[in-house]
Design a protein around this ligand. Structure first.
Ligand code: CO8
Length: 262
């Protein structure tokens, strides 16, 4: 596209604490072109650095969260080129964002769109959401977590079904299988629901929130004994924070805590 419209729109929740990033290539159903992903990474880094942002929401349109990597951009690429340039390697940068990211999925979350969704911390979808890994229909396989994260979330049998047949599942099924945290009904606004979740997270102390995200993510990579050790160390280290004194003190004094983020 030659349009100068940003490919990712950035706005804020009413109380300003949640950054809302909206994928904005509606005509291509938010196909994840390299420029779009670069803009998304740039907006995420900006939000991560901005002290007024305490949680991030990523969403698309009603019709499509994202219909996958951009097939038109990929179709003529050759192995040597994609390998040497590490094509789409920047997709893993999301892992370095420290603040929690909530995905709000309506419509298509296909291929790379499903993988982008799975790389976020917590997913809210509506019953109109459609998740699939259709790469097999294009002569390829998933390349950004659609065999790894997906299997961890829904198990081998269902992951094989999705990866080898391209089977589409709806939002309710995604909720039943554990691919998403919550599926809201059609009458509810999925972005508003995600922002509410973001605002809830934003109402807690940032140090503990960041530690919680770090600890849960560690469970995906570490053997249990090391994961438990990391969790316990993070837990113990939070006793060095003012927020722990404030949170427990407020409970004992029957008042609301005021977090200082330190
Ligand atoms: N890439 C490029 N363009 C797309 C894509 C896409 N993934 N999806 C839709 N579009 C475009 C269409 O080409 C069409 O453009 P135009 O108007 O110029 O013809 C426009 O969006 C609207 O789409 P449709 O007319 O097809 O809309 P429909 O409502 O009829 O169909 C579908 C919607 C079912 C979503 C259909 O568009 C579709 O099947 N899209 C492709 C889905 C797909 O196969 N996705 C997987 C892509 S492969 C991938 O994601 C690999 C990721 C690897 C990541 C690796 C990281 C390291």
């Amino acid at each position: 596209s030659t349009s100068t419209e940003p490919l990712v729109l950035s706005s804020r929740s009413p109380n300003n604490s949640v950054a809302i990033l909206t994928l904005n290539r509606p005509k291509a159903l938010n196909a994840l072109s390299s420029p779009l992903f670069d803009q998304l990474n740039a907006e995420l880094e900006k939000a991560d650095e901005d002290d007024s942002v305490r949680a991030i929401v990523i969403t698309g349109s009603e019709k499509a969260f994202a219909a996958g990597a951009d097939i038109k951009e990929m179709k003529d690429k050759e192995f040597a080129e994609v390998y040497k340039r590490n094509f789409l390697g920047t997709w893993t940068k999301i892992k370095d964002i420290r603040k929690p990211i909530v995905g709000a999925v309506s419509g298509f979350a296909l291929g790379g769109g499903c993988e982008l969704a799975m790389s976020l911390d917590l997913l809210i979808c509506n019953s109109r959401a459609v998740f699939a890994q259709p790469e097999i229909t294009l002569g390829i396989i998933p390349g950004a977590g659609g065999t790894q994260r997906l299997t961890g979330l829904i198990g081998k049998a269902r992951a094989m079904d999705m990866v080898l047949t391209g089977r589409k599942i709806d939002g309710k099924t995604a909720e039943a299988w554990g691919l998403v945290s919550r599926c809201v009904g059609d009458e509810e606004n999925v972005v508003e629901e995600a922002v509410k979740v973001g605002e809830t997270i934003a109402s807690f102390g940032r140090v503990a929130v960041q530690a919680g995200k770090e600890a849960v993510n560690a469970s995906l990579e570490l053997p249990l004994d090391q994961g438990l050790r990391l969790e316990r160390r993070l837990f113990q280290s939070l006793f060095a924070t003012q927020d722990q004194k404030e949170g427990m003190g407020a409970f004992a004094e029957k008042r609301k805590p005021t977090w200082g983020d330190k």
